[in-house]
Design a protein around this ligand. Structure first.
Ligand SMILES: Nc1nc2c(c(=O)[nH]1)N[C@H]1C(S)=C(S)[C@@H](COP(=O)(O)OP(=O)(O)OC[C@H]3O[C@@H](n4cnc5c(=O)[nH]c(N)nc54)[C@H](O)[C@@H]3O)O[C@H]1N2
Ligand SMILES: Nc1nc2c(c(=O)[nH]1)N[C@H]1C(S)=C(S)[C@@H](COP(=O)(O)OP(=O)(O)OC[C@H]3O[C@@H](n4cnc5c(=O)[nH]c(N)nc54)[C@H](O)[C@@H]3O)O[C@H]1N2
Ligand SMILES: [Mo]
Length: 778
């Protein structure tokens, strides 16, 4: 079967490479549908350039050389999506009640255009009505001032907020009195931060872009860069070209990890040739990576022991281990204690495949490990990342050129936001610096992360919810429960660029505060402002908006935060309006507070920005022992959670949620997913034909997905189309956020609180009112 279709869904195997002509066509389409193509082409040429703006897409970094085009297909989509001429204004809200808007899809909601004026929810008419900025700030201040405790308010952040906005926001929230900072990072790379902090004393990756040019082996785990970090394809392809190993671990043969056609290499484009993206591809079980890594380490250990017996050098870096690390003995003990049968069974790979992976590792002098959501969004995500670190420590692969750890971040400034203090569990050191610089006593207790914030809103212990960007209602798990949590608040405030479902899950009162995005010119009292961001490689650089905002009622994020702060706290602890008028004052405050930001303003002029020091990459270990730490975690006995077992039902499949090629998180650009060959629909379940047969269904049939948990709640999404796909048996995949209702709120990672979005045991049920599937196969 090469393709199948009915009136709604089409499926056709995609044979082209990643990027190349397919990407070019797609960019052109995005330009044309933005309704201001000429303006946007000009804007795109300023993407990631000196004096231009930072791409609002992913957090991959760029080399500082100028002149080359530095945006990718999905960056172009992100820019065009933000820079649309369509508007969601007062007239739009007068036409649609909130109840009516709730009936619309996420795709439709965001497609309506940019939010252009501040709006207040009027419960009587169930409509949003205009409000002026001062009245909006007074409403928020009134609510905040009347709470019994500042801990009754939740302050969410999504990862597009600039450093300036994030710093001002956390300063305001802490001066107000709480550390309740749920953020998108809680659902994203939290496990990376937790694991790396405990093991290496830094929460960030240890490599820079330059390291990719010197690596002999690059391991890419649980990541789909062809879609989510397209600018990463070039360094991977270059590595393959120069003979380095690129070793991928992914249950799905993602197109971007297979072949790549360089859109800026004329010879490749004209001859329609493409280059391979990997030298080895392993397809582990969902959640099986920790077992694979443990098996690799077990091989290294066996080879090392053998070498020592024979008096020759083995594959481990003993000098590094002896001088730089701690905890080896305990780790070797768990390696020895983990039986091969357990490893092989859990990994989904064979003993020989794991041995092959270990050989690739030990055969390389310099190794980089990259990973993303396929690793972090698991129950044992932290332990899996610590196993990556363990392996890298055995090989001495941290803190030298061409080697290291690279958690590939998501949102374009999610790493910067954490640096600025968006953290519900800030270090005491950071709080001390704040106290010293701004002469106030910040709250010292831990605040709420995303899962805890939802819990607090549900029980009524949190009453006010403020979001600096993002789409809390859709990005979070257990959608019904989250929607209920938001709706039970006294006040919900969304600072946003585009309409989404979070605006429709209103509290008793609700506000929409329309803000400028990265592409917009940000004009303040002292002139046009720039903001700064930090990429995955800890490079900080400036971003200048280029496009005229679509209304004079939109405001910058710092302007809005300063307005809320001034209305709530007056001029304490800083002159908010002065900072709003001149972002250099915010950067001055940052440079006084945060190590690494000395002479912030001056260093912004450097081409490509500046690099924040990373202690681990200098082999300075800020851990409790002062050494890099081996972690002796036990391999989970079973990946099926005890609460799933306690449901008394046996699962049919384990499903992971992932992104299509035409979405940015909850923002859906179209209903197509080019590389996976799907068009026209997102409610599909990718599943192996053998499983479809085993479970007694037919390809193309509509099914309900029901998740298993011990609390008796019916978590179900309806009428998903079964799509036969090249996926290991027993596994399935579906799109985020469509299947978020299936993730129970208390299914989260140990030590990370990250919702387990990549391992959801489900049963399939025949959808009711079902007609016979009308599929054509050929
Ligand atoms: N265009 C675009 N760019 C984006 C985003 C976007 O939505 N669109 N989102 C941004 C954000 S916030 C983030 S965090 C990143 C996300 O970037 P990714 O992590 O690449 O995103 P996902 O689509 O969640 O893909 C997860 C990948 O991991 C694989 N996987 C799932 N489970 C496992 C497992 O157990 N083991 C292994 N080895 N693999 C597994 C899946 O098959 C899939 O290929 O991208 C960022 N960039
Ligand atoms: N099941 C499942 N759930 C997941 C994931 C998964 O893989 N599976 N991934 C998780 C991950 S990795 C992440 S990062 C989260 C994402 O969670 P969020 O960051 O909360 O979600 P986004 O979809 O990125 O938010 C989109 C909205 O942000 C607003 N916006 C866009 N640009 C700007 C801006 O410049 N300023 C402001 N103020 N607003 C702006 C727009 O209104 C837009 O509608 O979702 C998580 N949820
Ligand atoms: Mo993310």
């Amino acid at each position: 079967m090469s393709w199948l279709h009915n009136s709604k869904v089409q499926f056709k195997i995609y044979k082209g490479p990643a990027a190349g002509w397919g990407a070019l066509l797609s960019v052109t389409h995005a330009w044309l549908t933005s309704e201001q193509p000429i303006k946007n082409i000009r804007a795109l040429l300023r993407t990631n350039q000196q004096g231009g703006f930072d791409c609002p897409g992913c957090a991959w970094g760029d080399s500082p050389e100028s002149g080359t085009v530095k945006f990718c297909e999905n960056g172009a989509k992100a820019v065009n999506w933000e820079a649309t001429s369509r508007k969601v204004d007062a007239a739009f809200f007068a036409r649609h009640s909130v109840a009516q808007l709730r009936e619309q899809s996420d795709y439709w909601l965001e497609y309506q255009g940019r939010l252009t004026e501040p709006m207040r929810y009027d419960a009587e008419t169930d409509r949003y009505v205009p409000i002026d900025w001062d009245a909006a700030f007074a409403l928020i201040a009134g609510h905040l001032q009347h709470l019994e405790s500042p801990d009754q308010a939740e302050f969410y952040t999504s990862g597009r907020a600039s450093n300036e906005a994030a710093f001002l926001y956390q300063l305001f929230v802490r001066a107000y009195g709480t550390n309740n900072f749920p953020d998108c990072s809680n659902m994203c790379h939290e496990a990376s931060g937790a694991a790396l902090n405990a093991s290496l004393g830094t929460g960030k990756g240890t490599v820079t872009l330059e390291d990719f040019q010197h690596a002999d082996a690059i391991f890419v785990l649980g990541q789909n860069p062809g879609t989510n970090h397209p600018r990463m394809l070039e360094p991977l392809r270059d590595a393959v070209q120069r003979g380095a190993e690129v070793v991928c671990f992914n249950p799905l043969k993602e197109r971007g990890l297979e072949r790549f056609q360089h859109p800026q290499k004329m010879s490749e484009m004209l001859t329609n040739r493409s280059k391979p993206m990997h030298t080895e591809f392993f397809r582990p079980a969902l959640g099986g990576d920790m077992a694979v890594l443990r098996g690799m380490a077990k091989h290294l250990l066996a080879w090392e022991r053998d070498a020592q017996r024979r008096g020759i050098a083995g594959g481990m870096d003993n000098e590094f281990i002896n001088t730089q690390t701690d905890g080896l003995i305990a780790y070797l003990a768990v390696l020895d204690a983990t039986p091969w049968t357990h490893i092989v069974e859990q990994s989904g790979l064979t003993y020989a495949q794991i041995e092959q992976a270990a050989r690739l590792y030990s055969g390389a002098s310099n190794v980089i490990f990259c990973w993303a959501m396929g690793i972090t969004q698991h129950h044992h995500g932290v332990a899996t990342i610590q196993e990556i670190v363990n392996l890298q420590l055995l090989g001495g692969n941290v803190g030298r050129l061409g080697a290291g750890l690279c958690p590939v971040r998501g949102h374009s400034n999610v790493q910067g936001d954490r640096t600025m203090g968006i953290n519900e569990r800030p270090t005491q050191q950071f709080l001390d610096r704040l106290a010293e610089t701004f002469a106030f006593e910040p709250p010292r207790d831990s605040g709420h992360n995303t899962v805890e914030a939802i819990g607090a809103m549900l029980t009524g212990s949190a009453r006010v919810f403020v979001a600096l960007g993002g789409n809390f209602a859709q990005a979070t798990p257990d959608s019904k429960v989250t929607h209920q949590a938001l709706s039970s608040c006294d006040l919900t405030v969304q600072i946003s660029t585009k309409l989404n479902r979070s605006h429709l899950m209103v509290g008793k009162e609700a506000l929409i505060l329309p803000c400028l995005g990265r592409t917009d010119i940000d004009l303040q009292a002292t002139g046009a402002q720039c903001v700064t961001v930090e990429d995955s490689f800890s490079m900080v650089h400036a971003s200048f908006g280029q496009l005229e905002p679509s209304s004079d009622q939109m405001r910058s994020e710092p302007w809005i935060i300063a307005g809320i702060a001034e209305a709530t706290l007056g001029k304490k602890p800083v002159d908010w309006h002065a900072m709003r008028d001149d972002y250099r004052l915010i950067r001055e405050a940052i440079s006084q507070t945060l190590p690494g930001f000395e002479s912030f303003e001056q260093r912004l002029a450097d081409r490509g920005g500046f690099h924040l020091p990373n202690s681990a990459s200098e082999r300075n270990w800020q851990t409790s022992t002062g050494k890099a730490q081996f972690s002796a975690n036990v391999l989970p006995v079973s990946l099926i959670h005890e609460k799933v077992l306690a449901s008394g039902r046996v699962h049919d499949l384990v499903v992971q949620s992932l992104r299509s090629h035409d979405q940015y998180n909850t923002t859906i650009y179209s209903l197509n997913d080019r590389y996976r060959g799907v068009s026209g629909q997102r409610e599909v379940l990718f599943v192996n034909q053998k499983d479809i047969d085993r479970l007694g269904f037919e390809a193309g049939q509509k099914v309900d997905l029901v998740s298993l948990w011990d609390d008796g709640v019916d978590r179900r999404v309806k009428r998903f189309t079964l799509l036969p796909y090249d996926i290991p048996q027993g596994q399935a995949a579906a799109y985020y956020p469509e299947i978020n209702p299936l993730v129970p709120l208390d299914s989260y990672g140990v030590g990370s609180f990250t919702p387990v979005s990549k391992f959801i045991p489900i049963r399939l049920e025949r959808s009711t009112n079902e007609q016979r599937p009308q599929w054509v196969f050929s």
